[in-house]
Design a protein around this ligand. Structure first.
Ligand code: THU
Length: 156
């Protein structure tokens, strides 16, 4: 991905206040992650244009395909609770096993497809903030740059 499409931020303290609070909402939600099989815990927090924040966490299942990623849980929750409101940003964080430190996370292909579908339900683009390598964070300015040449309603 070209470097103008994302910004790497050195550490949490260097995030702007709005990024910090959304990242914190995702970190706070991590404890609700249900991931007994992978022990990879993921949380997503979505900010809407009016400031509302919605969270989601991964929900695993003994039959693994029945599980759902954190991003999709958060987005579908948004779809039913606030269908008319616009998304401005999503923050995603993850933790692995017993380790307390956050680990890097990047949305899977299915989640990117769902994110793009939600983008097409509103006018403005939205950004994705994720925990990255070491102490750093990464901000993808426009969600659709995560899924170029995507399959959309226009493709059908
Ligand atoms: N997972 C997410 O919830 N979001 C991501 O962006 C990456 C993967 C979940 C799915 C599964 O419960 C666990 O992480 C390990 O694959």
């Amino acid at each position: 991905m070209e470097q103008d499409k994302y910004t790497i931020i050195g550490q949490f303290d260097e995030l702007v206040e709005s990024d910090k609070s959304l990242a914190q909402a995702a970190m706070d939600a991590l404890r609700f992650s249900y991931a007994p099989y992978s022990t990879f815990h993921v949380a997503a927090a979505i900010r809407l244009a009016d400031g509302t924040v919605i969270t989601g966490v991964n929900q695993e299942n003994a039959s693994s395909p029945a599980g759902l990623c954190a991003e999709q849980v958060a987005l579908y929750r948004k779809g039913i609770e606030f269908p008319e409101k616009e998304i401005t940003q999503i923050a995603i964080v993850a933790r692995s096993g017993d380790k307390q430190d956050l680990v890097p996370v990047s949305p899977c292909g299915n989640c990117r497809q769902v994110m793009v579908e939600f983008l097409h339900r509103q006018e403005p683009n939205y950004s994705i903030l994720m925990k990255w390598e070491g102490k750093s964070w990464i901000k993808i300015h426009q969600v659709d740059s995560l899924l170029p040449f995507s399959f959309t309603a226009k493709s059908r």
